[in-house]
Write a protein that binds this ligand. Structure first.
Ligand code: MN
Length: 200
């Protein structure tokens, strides 16, 4: 099996003005493609090329040392960016009443959730991600460095934001909180809820 770059589910300019088309194009066609290419190169000729990306990341600690770092960085990068594209949408969607109850139970309410998530994402030092993961039937906010994915810690993400500078610098420069605020307008609530209820 060879990993391939998934098409975006929308045009490069579909998330304007929140995320600009140039950032979207470079992020997809250069950064994400780069992770896919390097992942395939690392796995070429090994038995691990037959595994799913989820299986690879969940077993990252027991992968052979000669491919472990490459899979962590590039397999993580591939999985993170595939996830990130689907978690955003140009369509305005609203959370269901049922999911609002999950958010209320975990964070006290939507406003508190939004503030905590934004604060945690803004506070990631250097390059990394902020995630909302499912723990039992509740939600928790965690961060990962570099291209690490919660699957590497046995967790499952329902929402995540890329806070590498490449995700926002062209439009937002050093103002990461502005980018996080923009991202909030793009969250595909239907996809979040699907992630909460499905296996992956
Ligand atoms: Mn990225």
């Amino acid at each position: 099996m060879t990993f391939t770059l998934p098409d975006l589910p929308y045009a490069y300019d579909a998330l304007e003005p929140h995320i600009d088309a140039q950032t979207m194009e470079i992020h997809h066609s250069k950064h994400h493609q780069g992770y896919v290419n390097k992942l395939n190169a690392a796995l070429e000729g090994t038995d691990y090329a037959e595994k799913s990306i989820e299986e690879l990341l969940q077993s990252i600690d027991i992968l052979p040392e000669n491919i472990r770092t490459a899979v962590k960085n590039n397999g993580g990068g591939h999985r993170n960016h595939s996830f990130f594209r689907k978690i955003m949408s140009p369509e305005k969607t609203e959370p269901s009443e049922e999911f609002k109850k999950v958010i209320a139970g975990s964070f006290g309410g939507m406003d508190a959730f939004k503030k905590t998530f934004a604060d945690v994402a803004a506070g990631v030092f250097g390059s990394g991600w902020a995630w909302v993961i499912k723990k039992h039937d509740d939600l928790e906010i965690v961060t990962t460095p570099n291209q690490n994915n919660p699957l590497m810690n046995g967790d499952r993400a329902v929402l995540g934001i890329d806070v590498w500078e490449h995700a926002y610098y062209l439009k937002h420069q050093n103002k990461r909180p502005d980018y996080i605020e923009s991202f909030w307008n793009l969250i595909n609530r239907d996809q979040v809820e699907e992630n909460f209820t499905s296996k992956f």
